[in-house]
Design a protein. Structure first.
Length: 345
């Protein structure tokens, strides 16, 4: 651990660099310290911190800037984040409560809020669960020869679509629909719902097979969609404004567009015993993220479902302001999942 004076010097240099993107020299640092100290002493302390790998001097006559190791020390030992105001908490609570009963929509809203508040790219993912099953199906007449089909999985996934039908959706039609879905779909793993399963309903449907087929095909599509894990990214273009990323931003945007590497990272993280992590620079296991700060939180819900939520930004993000807000959003999502009969890992 550094002493009080060295911690103060390191903290001021990093705060200044985060704010301006410029190195801080000993003369200006003298004026910023709350106590009197000579420039020579400050230079010695800066040299000591450089020797520890916490600071670097990019030009011989220039001031110092933080290294990746310096950011890590700053986060773990120096900053005490700002508190989140009651107004901000209320706004976060209001946004996240809208879809609190639907885990995927809740996570999507949280990712959008994270991107908006932090100015970073944000993401959420749900991990594929081969054991997730169809819990129930609803058919809701929507007028003009249309019906809304809603599918709920045991894992809490809610999928819906609007279908066009060429017959009246009367009591007899709905009775047949619920009989078919109860016998062939409810309780079946999502990954086992197939076109051959849909075709196998023909004997029960009889002469109503062509009336029912569009709805059953739509149900098949919903189950297929729900059976896969999802990865959604919000605000990736905000990274372009983070000048610290330099030319790396294009490689990073390509990573986010293709998604495969990020998806593997999040799936691997979901298998660990770690609930939250903040990867700084080279701590990131993915090469394209080596010059970023990446925060990830893991959630578990409905006993078997797993999801992740987080942000990606440059190393120069305002940690003092951002981290408390990220923590509050994660805690709020956790609480809402618990209230819905879910749990936080």
């Amino acid at each position: 651990m550094l002493g009080e004076r060295r911690s103060a010097i390191l903290g001021l240099i990093i705060d200044y660099y985060i704010k301006t993107g410029e190195p801080l020299g000993s003369k200006n640092l003298c004026e910023m310290l709350p106590y009197s100290i000579s420039s020579a002493t400050i230079r010695n302390e800066m040299a000591f911190l450089t020797g520890l790998g916490l600071l670097e001097q990019r030009h011989t006559s220039g001031g110092r800037v933080p290294t990746k190791r310096g950011y890590r020390y700053y986060i773990d030992n120096i900053i005490k984040g700002e508190t989140v105001s009651d107004y901000e908490k209320q706004r976060i609570d209001e946004v996240l409560s809208i879809n609190a009963s639907d885990p995927e929509r809740l996570l999507s809203d949280a990712a959008g809020l994270l991107s908006e508040i932090t100015g970073c790219a944000a993401f959420y993912s749900t991990v594929k669960d081969p054991l997730d099953c169809v819990q129930g199906v609803e058919l809701i007449p929507a007028g003009n020869s249309k019906v809304m089909l809603v599918m709920l999985s045991v894992g809490g996934k809610i999928k819906s679509s609007v279908c066009t039908v060429k017959c009246a959706v009367d009591d007899e039609f709905k009775k047949l629909f619920y009989s078919v879905t109860h016998d062939y779909f409810v309780g079946v793993p999502l990954s086992d719902i197939s076109l051959s399963l849909v075709q196998s309903t023909a004997p029960l449907l009889g002469d109503r097979v062509f009336d029912m087929l569009p709805i059953l095909l739509s149900l098949y599509s919903l189950c297929r969609e729900a059976s896969e894990g999802s990865l959604e990214i919000k605000g990736e273009t905000k990274l372009i404004n983070q000048t610290e990323l330099g030319s790396d931003v294009y490689r990073l945007l390509l990573l986010l567009a293709r998604k495969e590497k990020l998806d593997r990272l999040l799936n691997d993280f979901a298998k660990t015993n770690v609930n939250t992590a903040l990867f700084i620079g080279d701590e990131n296991p993915v090469y394209e993220l080596k010059n970023t700060a990446t925060a990830i939180a893991k959630f578990g819900y409905n006993d078997v479902q797993t999801a992740t939520l987080g942000i990606i930004g440059s190393l120069r993000i305002d940690y003092r302001a951002i981290l408390p807000r990220v923590d509050y959003i994660i805690k709020t999502v956790s609480d809402l999942l618990k209230e819905g009969g879910l749990r936080y890992e």
